[in-house]
Design a binder for this molecule. Sequence first.
Ligand SMILES: Cc1ncc(COP(=O)(O)O)c(C=O)c1O
Length: 356
Amino acid sequence: MPEHGGDIYGIARELGLAPGELLDFSASINPLGFPPGLPSALSQALAEVVHYPDRRCTALREELAAYHGLSPAQILVGNGSTELIYLIPRALRPRRGLIVAPAFGEYDKALRAAGAEVRWHVTAEADGFTLRGPLDPGAAELVFLANPASPSGALVPPEEMAAVVRRLTARGAVAVLDEAFIDFVEEASLKHALSRVPGLMVLRSFTKFFGIPGLRLGYLLGAAELVARVGAVQEPWSVSTLAQAAGRACLAEADFMARSRRMVAEARERFQGQLAGLPGLRVFPSAANYLLLKLAQPGLDAATVRRRLLARGLIIRDASNFRGLNERFVRVAVRRPEENDRLVAALAEILLGASE
Ligand SMILES: Cc1ncc(COP(=O)(O)O)c(C=O)c1O
């Protein structure tokens, strides 16, 4: 089973297809794609690739600081937020880490790679996999949690999340709050709590909301002292000139941001309603651009449904390898309504036993 969604190159090769012949619901990327100003920003920046990139990402950090109402010293830019997920345990060297599950698989790998022992707090299916605080860090010095949660999409209101992280940090832990999908509900970000909670770090990504997984761009927000400690273990030049230019161009696209939020909220609501109407399917509430589904029909597990959809050129994420889930769970991205309709029609055929 693929470890992540979005492996269109590997899957296309296996099936003898071109990547363009597949419709990918396994990675959750803005269905509007990237902002319209991006191509010209990238072509202008191309002349700069004869130099090494600005290793401090100075201009991008200044613009991010203005966008979020923070200072540049509170920001570290990375080669996707994944690079930062690995750098944090490498810099802070926790003996023990705690992960709120089900969760993105790289937290576990990053903690282990830094020699930490990993503990888990598994949220309950009955709560829609929503974190119900307070969360006890036990002996963990570093805690990974996400809002909205991934893969469930569950959103904890910011005041509740602030109480959770305040308690964690008061117990001496550093809390890493992954907000990779928060741009769809920006008002729920904890970025404004950073000055009041010195042990909080917030991870952000350009990948999902700005539709640029192939450029690799993410960043960390936190107290200047913590950010500097993480920056000290980062390899030089990990963020390319083109990625930095892309980030600056994205931040100038207020209209695209508003359109994306509106479009995804509408498409998700429609998709959710269609999926909930299918027999033997439970849909979990989501604030993000993906939906977690539970397959209730006996004999139809995640691997089978994924395989049957793949035969129709549709890729979904088999979510059975997330800790806290099992072989009955899949995750689908919210795409454009006409694309979502294709998935609903194919799933209806499979669930109604009209084929295979
Ligand atoms: C919850 C979550 N965090 C972080 C990432 C990493 O994103 P990137 O490295 O592209 O910024 C992902 C990617 O799937 C994710 O799902």
